[in-house]
Write a protein that binds this ligand. Structure first.
Ligand code: NI
Length: 189
């Protein structure tokens, strides 16, 4: 178990298209554990391998397990529920995830990213999806997701294709965020 460095914009590695994982061996399992540790340590709910400079199609997430519907829950409400322990941890590890269905319904949710920490924006995405992936026991899993989990899966798979949440917002908003973020992240080095 170890915490890895999360790279930030404008690191060019965030733009790569990650390679498919062909062999699920001990190294991959350790890497997935490290990704979860790194994500929890940074108080994130999702992390893609490319964010820790690994060229592999791997994502981890924890959107929690709750009886409450995620659909209408804002990030603020979600965080309140986490603080008051209304949400149980629910770590998810996905190898070679691929979205095979997108709903035509679109929803808007506030997103942030550990590679652009401190900057958020409202992002429109399909409300629900179906994702295929391989789990750590090499089973092929098909999962239907909506609400926060759907957003999170789409956000993390975007990372594997070199896409950031700011690529889904207006050019002007994107430029404002990028300019500020790059200035901030390159100044504190
Ligand atoms: Ni992100």
């Amino acid at each position: 178990m170890s915490i890895k460095e999360i790279i930030k914009v404008p690191n060019p590695f965030l733009k790569i298209i990650a390679k498919k994982v062909l062999v699920i061996d001990e190294n991959i399992l350790v890497l997935l554990d490290d990704m979860l540790d790194t994500m929890y340590n940074a108080n994130g709910i999702g992390l893609a391998a490319t964010q820790i400079s690994e060229d592999k199609r791997l994502i981890v997430m924890d959107c929690g397990l709750t009886n409450l519907e995620h659909d209408d829950m804002s990030e603020e409400e979600y965080n309140k529920n986490v603080e008051s322990n209304k949400i149980e941890p629910c770590p998810l590890k996905m190898i070679n995830p691929e979205i095979i269905y997108y709903s035509s319904n679109i929803t808007e949710r506030e997103e942030g990213c550990l590679s652009i920490p401190g900057y958020n924006a409202q992002v429109k995405r399909p409300e629900s999806i179906t994702v295929n992936y391989t789990d750590i026991s090499k089973n092929n899993i098909t999962l239907e997701a909506n609400g926060l989990l759907s957003t999170c899966i789409q956000h993390e798979i975007d990372h594997l294709n070199g896409v950031l949440f700011i690529d889904h917002i207006s050019r002007l908003k994107k430029e404002v965020i990028l300019r500020k973020a790059i200035k901030e992240f390159t100044n504190d080095k």
